[in-house]
Each structure stands twice: as structure tokens, then as C-alpha cells.
Design a protein around this ligand. Structure first.
Ligand code: HEC
Ligand code: HEC
Length: 217
């Protein structure tokens, strides 16, 4: 019995040891990219390969298939890109365009600098408007401490800006995070949303999709 649990322990420890170097690599790369000075002009040129999906101006698509990236914090963009490269966040479609053979760490810093300063027009996709009172109540109770009253997020904590994002993308990410499909999500964020019904998720995403846009940088 004793020997068997020791064996289980060793097997479990081994799994952790396999998972860790990958995650460490993502932290190291994130730290390196954050320390580099991004160049907006170089970033604009490097972003050309991303436009096929994220569109010119990084405006994304209202059907939610591709998120808007314009106006997002550099820290958030860098974290999400390095998480995708290390496998912490799954995105098989995008990986060939974002992995180590396609982008250097300097490219990541440049692209993030370019995206952060892009204008965010108020033409994002919105929900039905059916239950905004519920959306407001939930947002104030469970989301505002991190994402802010205007959905502006918090750059130094890696909390994404949510205002100006398409409703359908917000809803999909809410579902993924609630159901454990977005593995890199902050566990506190996942806890905040764990007991939400589908109707709650839709109401809060609809409310967010109508937040007034943060001032341009
Ligand atoms: C083949 C299509 C495709 C290409 C090309 C592509 N992406 Fe993406 N990207 C996606 C999809 C799909 C998602 C959303 C994934 C999800 O739903 O979780 C995404 C998400 C992202 C996110 C996370 C946004 C967020 O709000 O969390 C960032 C950052 C990003 N892409 C940057 C880039 C950059 C930079 C490039 C070019 C180097 C690029 N993408 C090229 C499809 C693409
Ligand atoms: C403890 C802080 C925290 C709280 C509370 C929180 N979030 Fe988040 N949220 C995050 C972080 C951090 C991320 C980015 C995922 C990651 O990499 O950790 C995120 C990501 C998201 C995303 C995806 C954004 C994108 O661009 O991909 C949505 C949508 C979102 N949160 C909505 C909500 C809603 C709705 C609530 C309230 C029910 C909420 N969050 C509560 C921290 C938080």
C-alpha cells in the first residue's frame, strides 16, 4: 500500500515535471517581450500576416470568429501570444502564424506596441439588449474589480480591456473560461464565472459589449 502510493506520487510528480518547462518557457518569453521596447512601424509591417484573420486595423469580426485586438494593452497581447506559443492557451488555427518560426520575441513586442495604439471604433457587435439589467448587476458584483467600470482592464495585472470587443467573442470566451477550455485563464476569473448559467453569460457579455469606449491613447 505504502509502496503503491509512493509510486502514484512519483508518477504524478513526473507529469508535473513534464508540464513545467513549457510553462516556464512561456513565463521567460513573456518577461523578455515585456522588457523590450516595441516599435510601432516595425509592428505594423509584422502584423500584415495576421490581417487575414484579425482584419485590417485589427478590428476582428462581429461574428466572434476573430477577436478585435485594436486598443488592447501591450501586456495582455504579449501574455496571450506567449501562452499560445507555449501551448498554455490552445489556438491551432493561429499557431503557424505565431510560433517561433514565424515571430521573434522582438516581433511580438513590436506588434503589441502597434496594436495598443490603434483606434477603436464603436461599431463592435452587440447582443440582443434583452437583459441588460441582469448584465449590469452581474458585472458590478463579479467583474468590475478586475476589468474596471469602463471595461478598461488593468495593464500591469494582465487584465484584458473588454470595452469595444465583439459580443460573440466575449460570450465564447466566457463559455470557454467557465467550462475550463481556456486553460491559461486566471483561476480567480474562472471562479467568478463558474456558477453562471448560459443566460447569465449572455447577459454579462451583452452589457460589456455596450460599455462606453475608453479614451484613445
Ligand atoms: C488563421 C487565423 C489567425 C491568424 C492568421 C492570426 N490569428 Fe490571432 N487569433 C485567431 C483566433 C481564432 C483567435 C481567438 C481564439 C479563441 O477563441 O480563443 C485569436 C486570438 C488572438 C489573440 C488573443 C486575443 C484576446 O483577446 O485574448 C491575440 C493577441 C492574437 N490572436 C494575435 C495575433 C497576431 C499578433 C497574429 C499574427 C502574428 C495573429 N493573431 C494571427 C486567429 C488567427
Ligand atoms: C481576478 C480578476 C478577474 C475577475 C474577477 C474577472 N476576470 Fe475576466 N479575465 C481576467 C484575466 C486575467 C483574463 C485573461 C485570461 C488570462 O490569461 O488569465 C480575463 C479574461 C476575460 C475575458 C476574455 C477577454 C479576451 O480578450 O480574450 C472575458 C470575456 C472576461 N475575462 C470576462 C469577465 C467577466 C464577464 C467577469 C465577471 C463575471 C470577469 N471576467 C471576472 C481577470 C478577471
Amino acid at each position: 500500500m505504502h509502496g503503491f502510493s509512493a509510486f502514484l506520487f512519483a508518477a504524478f510528480g513526473c507529469t508535473l515535471a513534464i508540464a513545467e518547462p513549457q510553462w516556464n518557457a512561456s513565463y521567460a518569453e513573456k518577461t523578455e517581450a515585456l522588457s523590450l521596447k516595441g516599435d510601432v512601424t516595425r509592428g505594423e509591417a509584422a502584423f500584415v500576416i495576421c490581417q487575414g484573420c484579425h482584419r485590417v486595423g485589427a478590428l476582428g469580426r462581429a461574428d466572434g470568429s476573430y477577436p478585435r485586438l485594436a486598443g488592447q494593452h501591450t501586456s495582455v497581447l504579449i501574455k496571450q501570444l506567449t501562452d499560445v506559443r507555449s501551448g498554455r492557451r490552445s489556438n491551432a488555427k493561429m499557431l503557424p502564424f505565431a510560433d517561433h518560426s514565424a515571430l521573434s520575441v522582438q516581433d511580438i513586442a513590436d506588434i503589441a506596441a502597434f496594436l495598443q495604439q490603434l483606434p477603436v471604433p464603436a461599431d463592435q457587435g452587440q447582443g440582443s439588449g434583452g437583459d441588460l439589467a441582469l448584465g449590469f448587476k452581474l458585472y458590478a458584483k463579479d467583474c468590475v474589480t478586475c476589468h474596471g467600470e469602463r471595461g478598461e482592464g488593468k495593464a500591469d495585472q494582465f487584465y484584458p480591456r473588454l470595452s469595444g470587443q465583439h459580443y460573440r467573442y466575449l460570450l465564447r470566451e466566457n463559455q470557454l473560461i467557465r467550462d475550463g477550455g481556456r486553460r491559461n485563464a486566471n483561476p480567480k476569473m474562472a471562479d467568478a464565472i463558474r456558477h453562471y448559467s448560459d443566460e447569465d453569460l449572455a447577459a454579462v457579455a451583452d452589457y460589456i459589449s455596450r460599455l462606453p469606449l475608453a479614451p484613445a491613447r
